[in-house]
Design a protein. Structure first.
Length: 147
C-alpha cells in the first residue's frame, strides 16, 4: 500500500516541482515576463491554496472517520482510496504555486501559497510511519495493509 501511495505522490509532485523550478528560473533569468494578474484575484488563489493544502484534506479525513463510526474496522480498499484522495487533493497546491511564478503576485500571497505548497508536500508524504499510524487510528486489519 505504501509503495502505491508513494508512486502516486511522486507522480503528482515531480511534474509540479519541475514546473515550479522552470517557471521560477525563467522568471528570474528574464526569459518570461511575469503576467499581470488583477489584484482582486490574488486572494482567490490564496484561498484555493488554503483549501487544497489544509481545509479539504482535513474535511476528507473527518468524513472518512465519520463513515467508520458504526463499524469496528476500516476496509483496506476504502482506506487506500481515502489515502489516494488525500494525496490528490493536497498535492494540487504545488500546481497552484506554478501560477504564482508565472503571474505577478504580492509578496504576501506569493510566499503564503509557496509555503502552503511546501507544507502539503511535506505533511502528506506517505511514509511507512504515517501510514502505519493512520491504519492504527482507522483500525485497518494488519493482513490487509499490503494491498
Amino acid at each position: 500500500m505504501v509503495n502505491r501511495l508513494k508512486r502516486l505522490y511522486y507522480w503528482m509532485l515531480c511534474p509540479a516541482s519541475a514546473g515550479l523550478f522552470l517557471a521560477a528560473g525563467a522568471k528570474e533569468s528574464g526569459l518570461i515576463e511575469p503576467w499581470v494578474l488583477p489584484p482582486a484575484l490574488q486572494p482567490l488563489f490564496f484561498i484555493l491554496a488554503a483549501l487544497t493544502s489544509i481545509a479539504a484534506p482535513l474535511m476528507l479525513r473527518t468524513l472518512f472517520a465519520h463513515s467508520l463510526r458504526s463499524s469496528s474496522r476500516a476496509d483496506a480498499q476504502s482506506f487506500l482510496k481515502f489515502q489516494q484522495r488525500l494525496l490528490l487533493t493536497s498535492l494540487l497546491t504545488p500546481w497552484l504555486a506554478i501560477i504564482v511564478m508565472v503571474f505577478e503576485f504580492q509578496k504576501f500571497y506569493a510566499s503564503s501559497i509557496v509555503l502552503m505548497a511546501l507544507y502539503a508536500a511535506y505533511y502528506y508524504y506517505p511514509s511507512e510511519r504515517r501510514i502505519a499510524f493512520d491504519t492504527k487510528i482507522f483500525r485497518v486489519e494488519a493482513h490487509e495493509k499490503n494491498i
